[in-house]
Write a protein that binds this ligand. Sequence first.
Ligand SMILES: Cc1cc2nc3c(=O)[nH]c(=O)nc-3n(C[C@H](O)[C@H](O)[C@H](O)COP(=O)(O)OP(=O)(O)OC[C@H]3O[C@@H](n4cnc5c(N)ncnc54)[C@H](O)[C@@H]3O)c2cc1C
Length: 238
Amino acid sequence: MPNFETVTVETDLLIIGGGMSACGAAFEAAYWAKKNGLKVTVVDKAAMDRSGAVAMGLSAINQYIGWAAGDNTLEDYVKYVRQDLMGVSREDLVYDIARHVDSSVHLFEKWGLPIWTDANGKYVHEGRWQVMINGESYKVLVAEAAKTALAEMGGNGELFERVFIVEPIMDGDRVAGALGFSVRENKFYVFKAKATIACAAPFTFSVHGPSAKVLAAHGIPLGIPARPLISPSKPALK
Ligand SMILES: Cc1cc2nc3c(=O)[nH]c(=O)nc-3n(C[C@H](O)[C@H](O)[C@H](O)COP(=O)(O)OP(=O)(O)OC[C@H]3O[C@@H](n4cnc5c(N)ncnc54)[C@H](O)[C@@H]3O)c2cc1C
């Protein structure tokens, strides 16, 4: 058994995962943290450029409302989700996501993602909610934006790649960070954080009842002791 070095990292915000949601969280958090002198730390078990479900690229973005153009209303989307999930949906959260999603898509385009447009310059749809993209480099573009935002924080923005989080640190019923190990070096990591956002796909929303069982079945017990860390966000931009 090799000797493992223990590395302790203290941070204000810990973001676990490096996929689409973590990149978005890092980009947004960096903006606010920079203004307030706070530290943001992102930990991904893989390399952010090609990690997560978007690693190989995508050919479409599955949710675009077309809110500003009047194509759909936010209520239309909430209704669609309610029907699709046979009534079992958190409509406040669906509404909140719906009011922000278009501005995220516009940011992706600004960062260089080619989105198909028709002769009138409107996004090409496949179905009501989906827009078509040339998305081979989708994840690389989004990761670049997150990495740049962290780098612009100087010493207050940190990215750890190839560090696998195994367990949250609990302080009573509050998450106070996470434990992990490097998959390349003999290093064990203790991340102490004032706030933690779980963006590592399966455990992100797996915090209650049946979901926790699904989670345990996948052998990923990270989210079970944790509570959902979802809060109302700022007014949406179209
Ligand atoms: C086959 C497939 C096709 C899809 N097609 C489309 C599509 O065409 N259009 C569309 O809009 N959406 C599509 N999606 C959905 C989209 O990919 C997901 O909604 C999105 O990637 C979810 O983002 P996420 O950040 O939650 O998870 P992910 O992007 O999967 O990221 C998870 C991150 O967590 C990290 N991680 C996991 N466990 C740990 C751990 N223990 N410690 C540290 N890091 C960890 C991973 O390395 C990764 O960086 C598709 C999904 C799949 C699987």
